[in-house]
Design a protein around this ligand. Sequence first.
Ligand SMILES: NC(=O)c1ccc[n+]([C@@H]2O[C@H](COP(=O)([O-])OP(=O)(O)OC[C@H]3O[C@@H](n4cnc5c(N)ncnc54)[C@H](O)[C@@H]3O)[C@@H](O)[C@H]2O)c1
Length: 283
Amino acid sequence: MGAHAAFGGGVAVITGAGNGIGAGLARHAAALGMTVVLVDIDAGAIVALREELPGAVDVVCDVRDPDALEDVAAQVYSDIGPVRLLVNNAGVEQFGYLWDTPVANWDRLVDINVSGVFYGIRAFLPRMIATDSPAWVWNLSSIGGVAAVPLQTPYIMSKHAVLALTECLRLEVELAGHADRIHVQAVLPGAVKSNIFEAAGGVDDGDVGAAESQRAAMLDIKAEAMDPLEAAQVVFEQAAAGEFYLLTQPEYVGNAMSERAAILADRRAPVLRTKQRFDPARH
Ligand SMILES: NC(=O)c1ccc[n+]([C@@H]2O[C@H](COP(=O)([O-])OP(=O)(O)OC[C@H]3O[C@@H](n4cnc5c(N)ncnc54)[C@H](O)[C@@H]3O)[C@@H](O)[C@H]2O)c1
């Protein structure tokens, strides 16, 4: 099945749609003919995007609030229609040594990156199951979901968690007898241009320099990263083809997956690298 056949209509709900990958997915979904519900805490960003995308709807919602997501789901089903695609995309970064990380930054990251995905599933999946139509759920993990990276520990941990959540959820959907209609897929972006590193938390005390030099290293990667619209196109194609792991840069992310598998199979301890740079020539 091509992306037009699978996603040529219906409703797409995308969290964190105001910037970066979410905005790219929203633009591509709209171009395919979907009615896009733009969910974000950044009201200005989703209003601007709604004006650009015909038929789109903007909803200010914090994914940390399960009741707010439940209200969004109820409203979408009553006012717009059944959801064909839910993308649990909202996510934040954090730089610095784990022991310097402010507790509030840890809590914020876990609440958005992990609990936010759970709350999205809890609000939308029962409604998807209750309708007869096919539906897709994409959760945003990362190349970081198959890697160990110092100075970004809360983020990396959260992306491993989202990957595990998504794998288990897929099995649960199959166990409950819905796998023919409900497609659960994990998105693993490699390096895509976005606002995530600027918006990332840092540390107040301790080794501020280490946190900020990691931020600078990641901002360097951004210059060579993929355009979000191009990334969206790749993800939609892979999803329509029935892949489980949706990789923005199949070779780059695929190499990281193979490396992770080999490390675990060989029971090798994590190795510190001087620079974990993104090499565009490899993707
Ligand atoms: N950009 C990359 O290279 C990359 C790589 C791997 C994974 N990812 C993942 O992709 C997803 C999107 O990241 P991005 O890079 O586009 O970041 P981004 O910062 O450009 O966009 C994230 C969006 O989420 C929104 N958001 C933040 N907190 C929210 C909340 N509590 N409720 C609702 N919305 C909230 C922000 O306002 C923003 O619009 C994240 O889950 C990220 O971990 C990105």
